[in-house]
Design a protein around this ligand. Structure first.
Ligand code: GDP
Ligand code: MG
Length: 450
């Protein structure tokens, strides 16, 4: 289903991947190609727009993590965005209610409802160890009820006996009684579909919903119909308030647009996908796995994830080691300032120190001037090695020299030394294993840094 899109993305990325650095213009060209590839895959325009916008804002000005090329970083960003569009994370089918729990399956005729109903029953019996009763409410076509019965028999799942001439609402009531008597945990109702949405179909399903009070109203939609499937989902949702979607025929040669647009356009999660005609051809919909499948670059994505983690780990360890030894000189302060600059501010560095989430929050809320970071860097660079190791020796005349060297007022030197002392006190307390008295350090340091 996603092969075409995957191939195109692979081509776009192979161009980006090798470059040692990327200009904004190169990123723009890449994004334009991605945009075209998505539109050609029949992804809805609003989805594509949002997608590109998000990638662009993440890609530009982002520090490229060591040991990966900028192209790889972009692949990771695109991957994250695909996951985002597909749904944040895997959402389990909702069986949380007093048994028997009712699940209602709706959709157009031929979308794969009856097959999916049977697939789902087997899936639930197997994975949740629940006793499932299957019920066909499709009285519109003579053979429809038999079709479900035959499928149910083939997988040894109970099916409510067929009583001809009963209406869907009557069948629903009978099903609930039988399920109570028979000790069933879950009832799955296969409703009638039409070739197109009509009012009588919707009102019939509404009546059924009132009777069975389902935990899930699942739309079965044929992914091969592309954007039509998305429109169908919107209409079903506005009349029936869907809880989730199952996309069928993902094994087919559709372009994937439906899968990529569904969550964004309807707000409803895709919970399963149908990947073939056989009963076991149903898969849980994992956005992150599908994203990697679409991108065809799972290895690079994991590489970037690992690289960022390793880098963080290394930084944390170094900081911790220094703290343990109680070492904090102006040189280490300089390193920290540089890290701060690289990591986009104070927040980044504070997040590496153990036990400072609270402070970090305050930091986020306060506006720390980035130019201060640069200025402080310049000041420390104008100091001699011994001054950096032993700031106490910095007297008036030294201060004047440093101020001249770094092009700032002497008062800035005083401020920096004060900041350094406070930081160093804090570090010592932490290395002694003492907790930082909450409220005291943060405000003082914050005011200094502003
Ligand atoms: P209904 O009218 O909505 O109940 O649709 P059916 O369940 O009768 O399915 C219609 C046809 O689609 C049948 O031939 C199914 O075998 C087929 N079908 C359903 N789901 C899938 C799927 O995920 N992949 C493929 N390839 N075929 C499917
Ligand atoms: Mg059917």
């Amino acid at each position: 289903m996603f092969e075409n899109l995957t191939n195109k993305l692979e081509k776009i990325f192979s161009k980006l991947k090798e470059a040692p650095s990327l200009t904004e213009a190169q990123v723009d060209v890449g994004l334009k190609d991605i945009r075209t590839a998505l539109l050609e895959a029949d992804v809805a325009l609003p989805v594509v727009k949002e997608f590109i916008k998000n990638i662009k804002s993440k890609a530009i000005g982002r520090e490229i993590i060591k040991s990966t090329t900028p192209g790889q970083m972009i692949i990771k960003i695109v991957n994250d965005e695909i996951e985002n569009v597909l749904g944040d994370k895997y959402e389990e089918i909702n069986l949380k209610s007093q048994p028997p729990v009712s699940i209602l399956v709706v959709g157009l005729q031929g979308s794969g409802k009856t097959t999916t109903t049977a697939k789902l029953a087997k899936f639930i019996e197997k994975n949740f160890k629940k006793k499932v009763l299957l019920v066909s409410l499709d009285t519109s076509r003579p053979a429809a009820q038999d079709q479900l019965k035959i499928l149910a028999d083939s997988i040894k799942i109970s099916c409510l006996p067929i009583v001809k001439e009963q209406s869907p609402v009557e069948i629903s009531k009978r099903a609930i009684n039988s399920a109570n008597l028979g000790g069933y945990d879950v009832i799955i109702f296969d409703s009638a579909g039409r070739t197109q949405i009509d009012l009588s179909m919707m009102s019939e399903i509404k009546q059924i919903k009132d009777v069975i009070k389902p935990t899930e109203t699942i739309l079965v939609a044929d992914s091969l119909t592309g954007q039509v499937a998305v429109e169908v989902a919107k209409e079903f949702d506005s009349s029936l308030s869907l809880s989730s979607i199952i996309l069928t025929r993902i094994d087919g040669d559709g372009r994937g647009g439906a899968a990529l647009s569904m969550k964004f356009s309807t707000g409803k999660p895709i919970k399963f996908i149908g990947v073939g005609e056989k009963i076991d051809d149903i898969e849980i919909f994992h956005p992150e796995r599908i994203a990697k499948r679409i991108l065809g670059m799972g290895d690079i994505v994991s590489l970037v994830e690992k690289a960022s983690k390793d880098l963080d780990d290394a930084k944390i360890k170094k900081t911790e080691d220094q703290l343990k030894q109680g070492i904090f000189t102006l040189d280490s302060y300089l390193t920290q300032l540089r890290q701060m600059k690289k990591m986009g501010g104070m927040e980044g560095v504070m997040s590496m120190l153990p036990g400072v989430t609270k402070i970090k929050k305050q930091m986020e809320n306060s506006s720390i001037d980035e130019s201060m970071l640069k200025e402080n860097e310049a000041i420390i660079l104008s100091m001699t090695k011994s001054e950096r190791e032993n700031p106490k020796m910095i007297n008036g005349s030294r201060k004047k020299r440093i101020a001249r060297g770094s092009g700032v007022e002497v008062s800035k030197i005083n401020k920096l030394i004060k900041q350094f002392r406070m930081m160093s006190d804090m570090m010592k307390k932490m290395s002694d294993g003492k907790k930082i008295p909450s409220g005291i350090m943060p405000d003082e340091i914050l005011n200094q840094l502003k």
